[in-house]
Design a protein around this ligand. Structure first.
Ligand SMILES: [Fe+2]
Length: 253
C-alpha cells in the first residue's frame, strides 16, 4: 500500500462514525426482531390457551351428550338407578388394578356408561316383565349388544366405546353372547366391565331379590373365575379394598 493511499485522520474519524452508525442500525434491527419474536410467542401462547379451552368445551359437551343418552336408557328402569355411573367408576378402578389407566380415555368411559344403550330397542313389556322370559323374548334381549354397537360405531367420538357395548356379555369360557368370543379374544375393556357390572348388579336391590353384601358378591364372582370371568381381572378385584367401592357408592348413590 503506497503512502498516497493512507487515510487521513479526518477520513478515519468518518469511517469510525459510519461503522458506529451501521452498528447502531444493526442493534436496532435486532431489538425489533426480538420484540417481534416475543409478540409471536405471546400470540402462540394465547392461541394454545384458546385451543385448550375449546378442546375442554368439546370434551364437556361429549360427556353431556353421553350422560343424556345414558339417562335416557336408565330412565326406563327405575330399579337400576345410577347403575351406569357406578359401574363405570367400578370398571375404572378394576382397570387400574389391572394396570390400565383408563381414567384419561373418555372413549372407554363412554363405553362403560353406554353399555346397555341397545336396550332402547327392547319393548318395555319385555324389559319389565316380572315372569320368566320365553326363549324368543330372551333372544330379543340378547340382541342389545349388537343394536348398541350399531348405534355407537356410527359416532366418531365414541371410537373404542363400541368394544364394551358389543362384548360386555361375552364370557371367558366362550359361552357368552353375541359372538361367543373366548378368553383374550374378548377386549380387556369388556372383560373388566363384565366383572364391574356383576359386582354392581349383586350389590343393588332388584325387584326379584335383595342386595348382597360386598363380601358375598366378591365370593360369587370368585366362583365364576375362569368360567364367566377373566381370572386376572377377578384377582385384580380381590386386591381392591372394600372402602374403594363404598366410597363410589356413597358419592354416586
Ligand atoms: Fe347388557
Amino acid at each position: 500500500m503506497s503512502g498516497a493511499e493512507t487515510s487521513s485522520p479526518e477520513e478515519l474519524r468518518e469511517e469510525v462514525e459510519r461503522l458506529r452508525a451501521a452498528l447502531a442500525a444493526r442493534e436496532a434491527q435486532a431489538v425489533d426482531k426480538e420484540n417481534q419474536l416475543q409478540r409471536y410467542a405471546a400470540d402462540l401462547r394465547e392461541t394454545f390457551k384458546e385451543e385448550r379451552a375449546r378442546a375442554q368445551e368439546l370434551r364437556d359437551s361429549y360427556f353431556a351428550t353421553v350422560r343424556a343418552l345414558t339417562n335416557a336408557v336408565e330412565a326406563r328402569d327405575a330399579y337400576t338407578g345410577k347403575h351406569a355411573e357406578r359401574v363405570a367408576a367400578y370398571a375404572l378402578e378394576i382397570g387400574s388394578a389391572c394396570g390400565q389407566e383408563w381414567a384419561g380415555s373418555p372413549e372407554i368411559e363412554f363405553g362403560f356408561l353406554l353399555h346397555d344403550i341397545g336396550k332402547v330397542a327392547v319393548p318395555d313389556s319385555i324389559l319389565h316383565k316380572p315372569e320368566p322370559l320365553t326363549p324368543q323374548e330372551r333372544e330379543l334381549i340378547q340382541l342389545h349388544p349388537v343394536t348398541g354397537w350399531e348405534i355407537v360405531r356410527q359416532v366418531d367420538f365414541l371410537g373404542a366405546a363400541s368394544d364394551v357395548v358389543r362384548y360386555h356379555h361375552e364370557r371367558w369360557d366362550g359361552t357368552g353372547y353375541p359372538d361367543r368370543l373366548k378368553g383374550e379374544d374378548i377386549p380387556l375393556t369388556a372383560r373388566v366391565f363384565a366383572v364391574a357390572d356383576t359386582l354392581d348388579a349383586l350389590t343393588t336391590t332388584r325387584p326379584y331379590r335383595p342386595s348382597s353384601p360386598l363380601s358375598e358378591a366378591r365370593a360369587l364372582i370368585e366362583e365364576a373365575r375362569g368360567t364367566q370371568f377373566d381370572p386376572d381381572v377377578v384377582d385384580a378385584l380381590a386386591g381392591i379394598p372394600d372402602d374403594v367401592f363404598e366410597r363410589i357408592r356413597s358419592e354416586i348413590g
